[in-house]
Design a protein around this ligand. Structure first.
Ligand SMILES: [Zn+2]
Length: 432
């Protein structure tokens, strides 16, 4: 029996994790070829795997990897600068982003991605410009990703009719491994024309792609769209064919009850980024999402407003902000909030909420430190007591990409140096 700290699981050989605490009550799993080959109770299953390397998890918590459903990783260079500003998107972010060039994107992503990984995140949904760089950054670290190139023809840092072509070029010459998948990423209902919205919806259908977009994210968006089309941003997106069970619409701050019905009827997932939303404007109408049974997926947005990519911190923020905003949410079980980081995004991306045999072994291991004992209810403990300090190992496709809190594929010092050099360059361009 190996202790985790002595672990050196040879690549391509099966290994078992045993004696762990999990959300489903299992305490034994086998990883073979990057996938879960067995999952259940140790006593029942151990005899089926007599020769496999066994890692005794010593009662550590092992859960499906957390999924961050909305980020803009390269916006690390805006860290600390988005606070205390009005109309930040139009007056500050878009003008500054015009100075970006493709070679800066991978290094600018490292801070946010490393932060995500160290908080137990195995997968991120990314939405930005020159996205090939983010694909490469994810592959360098080993994380899973769903990456879209921003599409907009009416506004934004790089809007134009060539946006869709850029997106399609990225799809055709995909620069990453199969661990990182492409999605379509229209910007929002006020920055994408009706014609382009319909084209994107068509391509999503024909190419079988998910859609990741902002929607109804500001009072300004709602006013502009309603003035132009006589309908709300949600209604316009629905009419264009953008909404559905393979679409995540992020923010929805100004969505009303009619919009909620449309979101529920189409099976659209709502992207919730509480920290960022409170900094920008106000928390999304979480109670309405729950009331209408709209699936909710949690994200941290970006360093300009969400600041960090710590999913455990964001879970607690989501739960507390929701309770403050609406008394009826005080009785919602913590497990419902935890679902926004595990079950709901898993259902959205993989079609199934839980971890089962045959799934990719994307796992997060948290220590049983004294600071979160006793664990009387694991879901409640993960939302309210756990912190990223306890995240010790992270596996993607059975590969230990974070081991003893250290990146295994690449030196964090190297990433830090490359990141800070890229930050210095973009700051020179923006502020000189
Ligand atoms: Zn965003």
């Amino acid at each position: 029996m190996q202790k985790a700290t002595e672990l050196n699981t040879p690549p391509n050989q099966p290994f078992a994790l045993t004696n762990f605490q999990s959300l489903g009550g299992e305490d034994f799993l086998v990883v073979n070829g990057g996938k879960i080959a067995a999952l259940g109770n140790g006593r029942a299953l151990a005899s089926d795997w007599p020769k496999v390397n066994v890692v005794d998890c010593q009662q550590a918590t092992v859960i499906p990897g957390l999924m961050n459903s909305h980020i803009h990783a390269p916006m690390g260079f805006f860290r600390d600068l988005g606070h205390g500003k009005q109309n930040m998107i139009e007056t500050f972010l878009f003008p500054a982003e015009k100075s970006l060039t493709p070679e800066l994107i991978a290094p600018l992503s490292y801070s946010y991605l490393v932060d995500a990984l160290k908080s137990g995140t195995t997968a991120v949904a990314e939405h930005y410009y020159f996205s090939a760089g983010v694909v490469q950054a994810l592959d360098r670290i080993g994380m899973r990703g769903f990456v879209g190139e921003t599409i907009a023809d009416l506004g934004g840092a790089f809007f134009g009719e060539d946006n869709l072509k850029r997106s399609m070029d990225l799809l055709k010459k995909w620069p990453g491994s199969s661990r990182v998948r492409p999605v379509l990423a229209p910007h929002a209902a006020d920055t994408v024309s009706l014609k382009l919205q319909k084209e994107v919806a068509q391509i999503a259908k024909s190419e079988n792609l998910h859609i990741h977009m902002h929607l109804s994210q500001s009072v300004g968006e709602r006013e502009r769209v309603t003035k132009a089309h006589g309908k709300s941003p949600v209604a316009v997106a629905a009419q264009s064919g953008l909404l559905g069970s393979r679409t995540i619409a992020v923010h929805l701050l100004t969505a009303d009850t009619e919009d909620m019905k449309i979101l529920a009827d189409t099976g659209t997932t709502a992207g919730l980024c509480p920290s960022s939303q409170v900094v920008y404007h106000a928390l999304a109408p979480v109670a309405e999402f729950f009331r209408h049974k709209i699936p909710v997926a949690l994200g941290t947005d970006c360093a300009a407003s969400g600041d960090n990519a710590d999913m455990l911190a964001e879970l607690k923020t989501a739960a507390l902000c929701s309770m403050t905003a609406s008394a009826e949410l005080r009785t919602v079980p913590a497990a419902t909030f935890l679902d926004t980081a595990i079950a709901n995004p898993r259902r959205f991306w993989f079609g199934d909420p839980g971890l089962k045999v045959g799934d990719s072994a994307d796992l997060t291991w948290l220590d049983r430190g004294i600071e979160r004992e006793p664990i009387n209810d694991l879901a409640t403990n993960l939302v309210f007591s756990a912190s990223s300090r306890q995240v010790r190992h992270v596996l993607v496709e059975g590969e230990w990409i974070l081991f003893d809190r250290k990146l295994t594929r690449v030196s964090e010092d190297d990433l830090r140096q490359e990141y800070l050099a890229a930050v210095a360059e973009i700051q020179r361009r923006v502020f000189a």
